[in-house]
Design a protein around this ligand. Sequence first.
Ligand SMILES: [Zn+2]
Length: 334
Amino acid sequence: MNSSPFSPFSANRPRRLRQSPALRRLVTETRLSAEQLVLPLFAVPGKKVRRAVNSMPGVFQLSVDELVLEARAAHELGVPAVLLFGIPEKKDARASGAYAARGIVQRAVRELKKALPELLVITDVCLCEYMSHGHCGLIHAGDKSGRVQNDPTLELLARTAASHAEAGADLVAPSDMMDGRVRAIRTRLDKQGFNDTPIMSYAAKFASAFYGPFREAAESAPQFGDRRSYQMDAANTNEALREVALDLAEGADIVLVKPALAYLDVIHRVKTEFGFPTAAYSVSGEYSMIKAAAQNGWIDERAVTMEGLLAMRRAGADILITYAAKEVARWLQE
Ligand SMILES: [Zn+2]
């Protein structure tokens, strides 16, 4: 190859391969496929409930009957998996709704697996939606600092994961960021005979302002303090790798980075350094920013959404969790 700017360059004309759509497709390095998509869904009590989440146009809180319809529509478009969050009837200081045998997520899993046995049902394993204070684990009574007690929380997380597996979940996805929770969950699952239930761990979950709209959807905003004593500092990537290494050593099968677009370097390092199946969670703020700008006519929603997902794939993500999964799957068919 001749790289001098003063020499004849005709041997190297990269534009030769950009001349037509067919040529460009032939040499494309990264592809999007519906098979890589996971659609997050929010289950609420009741029947025929389809409550719009104002800050996330196109996203709804769904009663189990409606949730099955939504999952079916996505599955028919080629989306292979959903990720379930639950909003319980009642919250308390021990998150008992999270591990109740007839809890909202457990019911949703059962109905989904009955109606759509081929659909992969992944469950979010966390306590924040079920805790009266909105934090991801146990807090000493009267403590207003938001400091979650790590080790006593592990037992509740393990119970929650096991109850999801019991209901028929295909994968469990702990998102709390407590130390040691993957091992606690793996041990509990194995003890109850769920040796084959994989764990997708939110290994590098950052304390991010991009989660804003989700807290309306999941009704999980902390009542006091913030999550910075357990979620990661946005400034750190070496620490993210240590978190991933720990989760893998504890038995994680898939590792997840959250958020996605502002953390592409983290996704890239996680994928290149560990080579494990890696998921990117394109979070509510990423989704809502695109929706808002598109509603104003400022950007092309479809093009920007696809470009963002392609960037996550380029960075190394194998699995793309996005609120736009259904639309993306439809666009990919066109
Ligand atoms: Zn949580």
